[in-house]
Ligand binder design. Structure first.
Ligand SMILES: O=C[C@H](O)COP(=O)(O)O
Length: 249
């Protein structure tokens, strides 16, 4: 088993209502978080405070985005400093949906990562290739370019989790095979060893996201370089999410 603690993130995306959030939090509060496993859920920003106040403390809470300034005239944005103010310790940055629909560049994702870390908020930094990029055999170039966007802006990786999420597997039910995911995770670790440091390469957690569910999580979790998951759809059901949380047992 890998020496790195397992990390399970639940990205609720733009889903939920007051009633659904209440019910999901109740379900999550009955999850037994295994030793050496870190669990973090990420509600829409509008529910983050409510979730933090009602969720048991051994499950962390993440925002789905944050900006590069502490405060000011940036309508619609939230700062990592404000997240800290609410007791929110994590933020997801660079999700492919932000890159695709909100034109976030590799550099901007790197800058947001640097600012969040400076403010004391841990970062789940997302990268991943599109279907046409995989078919053109440029997966390695794409994911290492995206990783470089982060590496160019930060020095300390202690509070960063890298999430490899192939875009073609997100919300499609088409999960990467354990071998496909492992291959990319090894590429990322090798890139970190060559371009950042061997220590960072060994210690940083690289998690997989893309149609992870209660049925496929355990097999994916057998791979030595898959240190956990970032789960979308299946994180909206506490029972399914619980099975994924227990996947490496
Ligand atoms: O952040 C989570 C990923 O986008 C995966 O979403 P999914 O599990 O619904 O495919």
């Amino acid at each position: 088993m890998s020496p790195r603690n397992f990390f399970i993130g639940g990205n609720w995306k733009m889903n939920g209502s007051v009633a659904q959030v209440k019910s999901l939090v109740e379900g999550l509060n009955s999850i037994n978080v295994p030793a050496q496993t870190e669990v973090v859920v990420s509600p829409p920003a509008i529910y983050v405070d409510r979730v933090r106040n009602n969720l048991k403390k051994d499950i962390g809470v993440a925002a789905q985005n944050s900006y590069v300034k502490a405060s000011g005239a940036f309508t619609g944005e939230i700062s990592p400093e404000q997240l800290k103010d609410l007791g929110i310790d994590w933020v997801i940055l660079g999700h492919s949906e932000r890159r695709e629909y909100f034109a976030e560049s590799d550099k901007f994702v790197g800058e947001k990562t640097a600012h969040a870390l400076k403010a004391g908020v841990n970062v789940i930094a997302c990268i991943g290739e599109k279907l046409e990029e995989r078919e053109a055999n440029i997966t390695s170039e794409v994911v290492t370019r995206q990783l470089k966007g982060v590496a160019d802006e930060i020095k300390d990786w202690t509070n960063v989790v890298v999430a490899y999420e192939p875009v073609w597997a997100i919300g499609t039910g088409k999960v990467a095979t354990p071998e496909q995911a492992e291959e990319v995770h090894v590429t990322l670790r090798n890139w970190l060893a060559a371009n950042v440091s061997k220590e960072v390469a060994e210690n940083v957690r690289i998690i997989y996201g893309g149609s992870v569910n209660a049925k496929n999580a355990a097999e994916l979790a057998t791979k030595p370089n898959i240190d956990g998951f970032l789960v979308g759809g299946a994180s909206l059901k506490a029972d399914d999410f619980n099975i994924i949380v227990q996947a490496r047992l």
